[in-house]
Design a protein around this ligand. Structure first.
Ligand code: 1HN
Length: 366
């Protein structure tokens, strides 16, 4: 639109009077496609470990710091206040948390919802709404909105896990409430691993849960997740995601965490996925294996322990580079949020047999 000097002056006057001219702004809102601020990016395991080791020396959890976690900052979102402090994508916060033997991360609760994926180490426990939950690498845990939670390491080695919260989303929505528990650790009100025992049958639920609850199960064991994937092995893999399962709430079949989706996908040895893009965004953690993901023509090479993000509406395809070993990728997503508001769309790449041309290889920071 051509703007005369008279109109320009009028726009400036409008702005000083806290009004805006829709005729010159509408295209900024109604973009032809989403113009995601977050960019595809990858953080190496070595970078995170090196910095966590430094944090382990510099601070003690429970004595000055409530949590020792390093969060992923998407370089495309640094200027996005009020969440410039740490969004991996526009909705998801992701971090690696380390708890040393003897440390207690004190109890609190917040409207922001959380989940965890255990990466390394044994002996740490979480308390969630009166239940003590034990866990091991490969387990997935959910800390639902407004649930009291504290963590402690009762073992003799440092335990590391991935945290994912919908913190950028709740920040944008201005819906954050937080409350601190009067003691360091909350009181236990049910037997240890109570919710896992209640649901140990897998596909049967206690009759009292016929009326669904928000998060009836706190822990999802790696062994069971693996079994779910193994069952898929004799069938054709999903052309984009391989052998993939998602963690569900066993009382209602929806996502295990009501606002953050989570999946485990196995890319069988030699798997070469096709490209698609979707509105929802993902944060990936490489649990096992070695391969790469091409995002908008850039090749991101990954191996065990790395993290990468797939922002909204970015073409992506996954490849397992090993001909003998399977690769396992844990990922979180904001699909529950996108679906709740009817925003989700998916597009498959039609050209070049569904594969992107690789124009560049991403150079990570070590
Ligand atoms: C939180 O409560 C934890 O409980 C970790 O371990 C990360 C990031 C933002 C807000 C709350 C935890 C968090 C968090």
């Amino acid at each position: 639109m051509k703007i005369s000097s008279g109109l320009q002056e009028f726009h400036e006057k409008l702005e000083s009077e806290n009004l805006g001219p829709l005729w010159s702004s509408i295209h900024k809102l109604n973009t032809i496609e989403p113009e995601a601020k977050p960019v595809p990016y990858l953080w190496k395991k070595e970078l995170i470990e090196r910095n966590l080791e430094e944090a382990e020396e510099l601070l003690e959890v429970g004595n000055g710091a409530d949590r020792r976690a390093l969060f992923l900052i998407n370089p495309g979102m640094k200027d996005l206040k009020p969440v410039g402090w740490g969004g991996a994508t526009q909705t998801l916060y992701a971090a690696v948390q380390a708890v040393k033997p003897g440390e207690v991360a004190p109890a609190h609760r917040h409207t922001t919802t959380a989940l965890r994926f255990i990466m390394k180490g044994k002996g740490a426990v979480g308390r969630v709404n009166g239940e003590k939950i034990t866990f091991e690498p490969g387990d997935y845990l959910t800390t639902p909105t407004w649930a009291w939670h504290d963590h402690a390491n009762e073992g003799d080695e440092t335990v590391y896990w991935m945290d994912c919260l919908d913190a950028p989303f709740t920040k944008y929505m201005n819906v954050c409430f937080t409350e601190f528990y009067p003691e360091k650790q909350q009181e236990l009100s049910v037997p240890d691993d109570y919710s896992s025992k209640r649901y140990q049958g897998g596909m049967v639920r206690p009759i009292s849960d016929r009326k669904p609850s928000i998060a009836p199960l706190g822990r999802y064991k790696w062994e069971q997740t693996k079994q779910g994937i193994e069952g898929l092995r004799e069938f054709d893999p999903d052309p984009f995601d391989g052998l993939a399962v998602e963690y569900i709430n066993p009382s209602n079949g929806k996502d295990a965490n009501n606002r953050i989706g989570a999946r485990m996908q196995m890319l069988p040895a030699g798997f070469k996925g096709k490209a698609h893009r979707h509105v929802h965004s993902n944060v990936y953690h490489v649990f096992k294996g070695k391969g790469h993901t091409v995002m908008n023509g850039i090749k991101f090479e990954w191996s065990e322990g790395d993290f990468f993000v797939i922002p909204s509406w970015v073409w992506h395809e996954h490849v397992n580079e090993s001909e003998t070993e399977d690769a396992c990728l844990f990922s979180t997503n904001d699909l529950p949020i996108m679906e709740a508001f009817d925003f989700e769309r998916v597009e498959e790449l039609k050209s070049n047999d569904g594969h992107q041309d690789v124009k560049e290889i991403f150079q990570p920071v070590y």
